[in-house]
Write a protein that binds this ligand. Structure first.
Ligand code: 3HC
Length: 312
């Protein structure tokens, strides 16, 4: 089939809302775009384990410890599904990890902020996983089959994560004045970085045009950010807390909230590697990869032996 026919077939599939599968022909830029996005997403799940893992030993009760442990393990699973989805596009796990470890690949800006108090674990579950779901529900219908299917399970688990975070906040917000102040302090520190998770404003988002054309993204960064604000402000009010935004105001005409300008200088600074915890996160990840070398060697030796026995 000639190039033009292949491109027409690809586009016709997208127009019919059919999924593109690994063995289908796809434009090289579509493949590159998806490897970039899926791997950034996978890296975010894995690096995202660090700020929460930091609290497993300090969770205030056995029940909290078990729940947090389960959540962090879920994130590891998400990373693995997503690495597998990226690998189905013809890139190896080693290459993907190398891109992360050498700082070539990005991961979500949000995980470069520190978790200073127990209520930060509540805020992360509620706001960070909440923002992730807002962005990821549409990815269940993204045009690349393996990515879309991975997202179905991921979204279910992220919903549980969001609820466990909200429940932590609820207990603190209804607790002693000190606990309520701690919850407010976490909200103050995590609100704006959560809004940054949706990426730059639409008129400053170089990848959005292709992502929307290829039905990788179904909605724009600003649309999703707006929906997150609309959905979350009533939850803040329910908790009896205050959104740290003096410009936040209900706009009856658009049936949504107007809100202040995100600090884009801070956002770009963080994604360039200069956030509060970038260096710490990356070095912890590189170290754990080194520490895990013996596990990979043992697994490879075991697989090679099993294959030899099967071939004999
Ligand atoms: N953090 C880090 N980098 C970001 C970013 C963020 N919050 N938002 C945007 N960027 C980067 C982009 O990767 C891009 O850089 P690149 O071209 O060098 O790759 C650049 O900023 C410009 O942004 P665009 O808007 O043009 O990029 P996208 O169209 O790809 O949109 C996105 C950005 C909304 C993050 C999109 O990639 C996306 O939907 N990704 C899938 C979801 C994802 O990665 N989520 C991570 C959230 S955390 C998570 O899921 C873990 C869970 O446990 C909470």
């Amino acid at each position: 089939m000639d190039q033009i026919k292949l491109e027409e077939n690809f586009q016709a599939k997208l127009d019919r809302n059919e999924m593109i599968e690994p063995k289908d022909w796809m434009p090289e830029n579509y493949r590159k775009h998806l490897i970039r996005q899926i791997s950034q997403h996978a890296h975010s799940e894995i690096i995202g384990m660090l700020p929460e893992g930091n609290w497993i030993t300090r969770a205030p009760s056995m029940r909290r410890k078990i729940v947090l442990l389960a959540k962090v393990q879920d994130e590891a699973g998400h990373g693995l599904y997503l690495y597998s989805a990226a690998e189905s596009m013809g890139i190896s796990r080693d290459e993907l990890l190398d891109q992360l470890h050498t700082g070539k690949a990005k991961y979500s800006s949000i995980f470069n902020y520190p978790t200073l108090t127990w209520s930060d674990i509540g805020a992360v579950g509620w706001l960070v996983d909440g923002a992730a779901i807002m962005n990821q529900v549409m990815l269940q219908r993204t045009s690349y089959g393996p990515y879309a299917r991975a997202m179905v399970r991921i979204c279910k688990e992220e919903s549980f994560h969001q609820r466990q975070g909200f429940e932590i906040m609820q207990v603190l917000a209804k607790g002693t004045p000190e606990q309520k102040a701690m919850a407010q302090d976490s909200l103050n520190r995590w609100w704006w970085p959560s809004l940054m998770m949706f990426g730059p404003a639409d008129d400053n988002s170089p990848n959005s045009a292709n992502a929307l054309k290829w039905k990788i993204k179904r909605e724009s960064n600003d649309q999703l950010r707006q929906r997150f604000v609309n959905q979350t402000v009533p939850q803040v009010e329910y908790l009896g807390l205050t959104v740290p935004d003096k410009d936040l105001k209900w706009n009856e005409e658009k049936k949504g909230y107007d809100f202040g300008e995100v600090n884009w200088e801070e956002f770009y600074n963080v994604i360039k590697g200069n956030g509060p915890c970038n260096k710490e996160r990356l070095s912890a990840k590189v170290q754990s990869h080194k520490d895990g070398a013996w596990v990979r060697e043992a697994a490879n030796a075991y697989a090679a032996k099993k294959n030899k026995v099967a071939a004999a």
